[in-house]
Unconditional design. Structure first.
Length: 384
């Protein structure tokens, strides 16, 4: 991907730095292809570790089968390797699940994409020029609402993403309304529908719309409509649970801007600060299964899938467009992949698939400061 889609938004912690540590490549998991498979992808994950990522886990699935590999370490203290079965925080990949549920509700006639936010949540978006009477569900999902991104708020960044604040507040519980109220302290970025800017607030509100329409939390609806039908056994929405289920690796951050200095273990945190914008936990195999099912039409009727894949331009990213919780990226070799990136403390993830859902890739870095996952995606789909 070419766009920052991390929870931290414009203050993304995915900045260049280096971490001294061993680079240990592991073979595929049992049942995967032999160690010679996907050589360009394997070199790319090893290069990421050489550049400073503590460890990488990756799983690819195509018509020839499933291949998994790891590089680096899952624990910089013990040197334990990463596992292909690692569960990890997927950050903004959560957004595709949220958008899928809303599009299912549209297909059922329970809402329309052109409903305003005030139709379902009257008065929620008010303050400093925000007005939910002029913002639609579609604009939430494709980031054309203009709503201020709460994770760009300077006080929020200090409290939850920088060292001193993080260790004081890492276990705080924040409600979706708390997060929206942070955004309402600022002016909108632009009038609704006139531009594009990534805002985590959009998806916090989208999650609240799901709850209003269905009477159930967005997490319950995702579980009922997506996780259980697809048997995504490693996928969960933890709510306020601070731990990551095993098997899993440790997650690391510099907790500083610029991202230099000591490395901190940030594995335990209360993901309510991410809400429907990025609280989910999954593994690479589940993410491959989800995006493959989505793009092959198993989760949405044709009209809703077409809506999801209708993209708007992204300033500064000529090779990418943003649909409804789904990005279209044209790689250097001309191949288009559909999916999403995700970043949250100590975790940088990506999950993509081809338009027919037949070739999928999901991966995770357990460090949030070295950079994005683009190079791995390029090598998987474009080769050496």
């Amino acid at each position: 991907m070419r766009v920052r889609t991390a929870l931290v938004g414009t203050t993304a912690l995915l900045l260049s730095a280096a971490l001294a540590g061993p680079a240990v490549a592991a073979g595929p998991v049992a049942g995967g292809r032999d160690a010679g498979g996907h050589p360009a992808t394997r070199r790319a994950i090893e290069a990421a570790v050489a550049a400073g990522v503590p460890g990488v886990t990756v799983t690819a699935k195509d018509t020839r089968g499933t291949w998994s590999a790891t590089a680096g370490v899952g624990d910089i203290v013990t040197g334990a390797p990463r596992s292909a079965a690692d569960r990890y925080r997927v950050g903004s990949i959560t957004k595709t699940f949220v958008a899928t549920v809303l599009l299912q509700l549209e297909a059922e006639g329970r809402l329309t994409l052109d409903d305003t936010v005030d139709t379902w949540l009257p008065g929620l978006l008010r303050g400093h020029g925000h007005d939910g009477r002029g913002i639609t569900v579609r604009q939430l999902l494709n980031h054309t609402s203009g709503i201020y991104n709460y994770t760009s708020d300077a006080d929020f960044v200090r409290a939850y993403f920088l060292r001193d604040g993080f260790f004081r507040h890492r276990f705080d519980t924040l409600s979706p309304r708390d997060l929206v109220e942070i955004a309402m302290r600022h002016e909108p970025d632009f009038a609704p529908g006139t531009s594009w800017k990534y805002s985590n607030t959009n998806y916090v509100v989208a999650g609240m719309v799901i709850e209003k329409v269905t009477g159930h939390s967005y997490a319950a609806e995702i579980a009922r409509r997506v996780i259980r039908p697809l048997r995504l056994t490693a996928t969960s929405l933890p709510g306020t649970r601070v731990t990551v289920p095993r098997p899993s690796s440790r997650a690391y951050s510099k907790l500083a801007l610029p991202s230099t200095g000591p490395t901190y273990d940030v594995t335990e945190l209360n993901p309510s600060i991410a809400s429907a914008a990025g609280e989910m936990i999954s593994d690479s195999a589940d993410l491959d299964r989800f995006y493959s099912a989505l793009l092959s039409g198993k989760l949405l009727p044709p009209r809703q899938l077409k809506e999801m894949k209708t993209t708007v331009p992204i300033d500064g990213s000529p090779n990418a467009g943003y649909g409804l919780g789904l990005m279209d990226t044209r790689l250097s070799c001309g191949v288009h992949v559909w999916g999403h990136d995700g970043g949250i403390h100590g975790s940088a993830s990506s999950a993509v698939t081809t338009a027919d859902g037949r070739h999928s890739l999901a991966l995770n870095f357990n460090g949030d400061w070295v950079g994005g996952t683009d190079a791995v995606t390029e090598k998987e789909f474009c080769g050496g």
